[in-house]
Design a protein around this ligand. Structure first.
Ligand code: S5P
Length: 269
């Protein structure tokens, strides 16, 4: 369990994307990331603008947008400056090094040019990190490895998760942490691998397609995770209900921060 504050960890971190995230969390008193999984660019940007003040990070699935143009990226970057949040493209790369380097740098989306953080499945082995870091490291980006998943029946458990942790530990210049359901205990003082956790909801326990939800308190206080990732819990009722989205974002921000304060107090007394 991490006994250090986000602000202390920001000062010590060697990766600039991780530092930016930790500084943003401390500055805004928010460990909330919102996952904006909608198909229309207008809805996407409107939701980002509403939740922006409450979040440390916005998580995108840019390939969901059916009317994508590069203007969406310019608008997203402007909102990131306006509201002070980090951008994480949830691309879940999973191919050989050469292919992921091309997918990360090129194509329609040119992810490396705008996403501070992206993620990858460890399934191909360490070569996926070599491929992605050849593009991302010179740009000051950070990578998360999917060490666990929130879904029922996930295969990312046991020896697979342990191997993902070893891969991260061996590449801490570029790998800044994990998508996982619990903290992976550090092996030494200088190690700081962040844990960003999806599958978070206050009102329901899952969906009809295998998603499983835990509360911010379970995730941050009991499992020691650093960032809660919330999607439909915030905008799921109706992407156009601006007032409700704002209220839900505030509710999750408060719940995530209260759980963090409780964790810090519990570990310092
Ligand atoms: O294990 C995972 C990993 C990820 S990145 N489980 C997940 O749900 N995610 C992502 O988090 C998923 O792709 C989606 O964008 C978000 C959860 O959305 P929600 O609407 O269920 O909160």
């Amino acid at each position: 369990m991490s006994t250090k504050s986000y602000a202390e960890r920001a000062k010590a971190h060697k990766n600039s994307a991780a530092r930016l995230l930790l500084e943003t969390i401390a500055r805004k008193e928010s460990n909330l990331a919102v996952s904006v999984d909608v198909a229309s660019s207008v809805d996407f940007l409107a939701i980002v603008d509403v939740v922006g003040p409450f979040v440390c990070l916005v998580k995108t699935h840019i390939d969901i947008l059916e009317d994508f143009t590069p203007q969406v990226i310019s608008d997203l970057q402007a909102l990131s400056k306006k509201h002070d949040f980090v951008i994480f493209e949830d691309r879940k790369f999973a191919d050989i090094g050469n292919t992921v380097a091309l997918q990360y740098s090129s194509g329609v989306h040119k992810i490396a040019s705008w996403a501070h953080i992206t993620n990858a499945h460890p399934v191909p082995g360490p070569s996926i990190i070599a491929g992605l870091s050849s593009v991302g490291l010179p740009l000051g980006r950070g990578l998360l490895l999917l060490a666990e998943m929130s879904t029922k029946g996930s295969l990312a458990t046991g020896a697979y998760t342990d191997a993902a942790v070893q891969m991260a530990r061996a590449n801490q210049d570029f790998v800044i942490g994990f998508i996982a359901q619990r903290r992976m205990e550090p092996v030494n003082e200088d190690e700081d691998l962040l844990v960003l956790t999806p599958g978070v909801g206050l009102d329901v326990k899952g969906d009809a397609m295998g998603q499983q939800y835990r509360t911010p308190r379970e995730v941050v206080l009991e499992s020691g995770c650093d960032v809660i990732i919330v999607g439909r819990g915030i905008y799921g009722k109706d992407p156009k209900l601006v007032e409700d989205i704002r209220a839900q974002a505030k509710r999750y921000q408060d719940a995530g921060w209260a759980a963090y304060l409780e964790r810090i107090q519990a570990t310092t007394v």
